[in-house]
Design a protein around this ligand. Structure first.
Ligand SMILES: Cc1cc2nc3c(=O)[nH]c(=O)nc-3n(C[C@H](O)[C@H](O)[C@H](O)COP(=O)(O)O)c2cc1C
Length: 209
């Protein structure tokens, strides 16, 4: 039974572009995988704590030597990593905030990028341990950051997500970029017209599959 892990990080609820498009991906995935399981994690309502010294000390202590307090410090990280390990595929709805990813998503990444669990230097070179997974990122931004645009150099979302997911072993990645969402806020385009090409590109992925 294939499993999809669906992660959203926009604080904007029903007004969110990335949430609406990640939901479109999930709906298509369910149709393509009628026996599949979808696990949903909403980071905007999660109360993840930033990692601290105790967390780092625990993560770098050998598992068998960890104290009960150290094990407790890693409990949330363990649970989030277990979700990544159990899923075959991931879809993440990502709003661009200040040219990067939202802080709640960064907190989550800090908790799941963990030595000996999702990456390893044991062989001398870094090795990602999440093998055989694929990820789709649905990114919404107010501006347009296409490769050919003058603003492309300000897009720290896609290069960062490619780097950090690649680091933990997830190299099969796709991006659906819904740039120009500011036009929605200014009433220059209606929501359906704005979303339609992105909805089509999600549907096309499933037709091609
Ligand atoms: C706190 C905040 C910061 C933002 N920073 C940027 C930015 O740096 N560049 C940009 O193009 N849009 C920026 N935007 C606009 C959002 O990327 C845009 O509204 C997008 O639709 C957000 O995704 P969402 O609708 O899924 O929340 C920002 C919006 C918010 C709320």
């Amino acid at each position: 039974m294939p499993t999809l892990l669906h992660i959203d990080s926009s604080p904007l609820g029903e007004a969110s572009v990335s949430r609406q498009l990640s939901a479109e991906f999930v709906a298509n995935w369910k149709k393509a995988n009628p026996n599949g399981k979808v696990v949903t994690r909403d980071l905007s309502t999660a109360t993840l704590q930033p990692i601290n010294g105790e967390w780092v000390g625990a993560a770098y202590s050998p598992e068998e030597a960890r104290t009960p307090a150290q094990r407790a410090a890693l409990a949330t990280s363990d649970a989030l990593i277990a979700e990544l390990e159990a899923a075959d595929e991931y879809v993440l709805g990502v709003p661009m905030h200040n040219f990067g990813i939202p802080s709640v998503l960064k907190l989550w990444i800090d908790l799941v990028a963990r030595v000996g669990k999702t990456f390893s230097y044991a062989g001398g070179a870094p090795e990602g341990l999440l093998k055989g997974k694929k990820a789709t990122f649905v990114v919404a931004s107010g501006g347009v950051y296409d490769a050919a645009s003058a603003a492309a150099a300000f897009n720290f979302v896609e290069p960062y997500l490619r780097a950090v997911f690649g680091f933990v072993g997830v190299t099969e990645v796709k991006f659906i970029n819904a740039g120009g969402a500011a036009a929605l806020n200014y009433g220059k385009v209606d929501r359906k017209t704005f979303l339609q090409p992105h909805v089509e590109s999600i549907r096309a992925q499933f037709k091609a599959a």
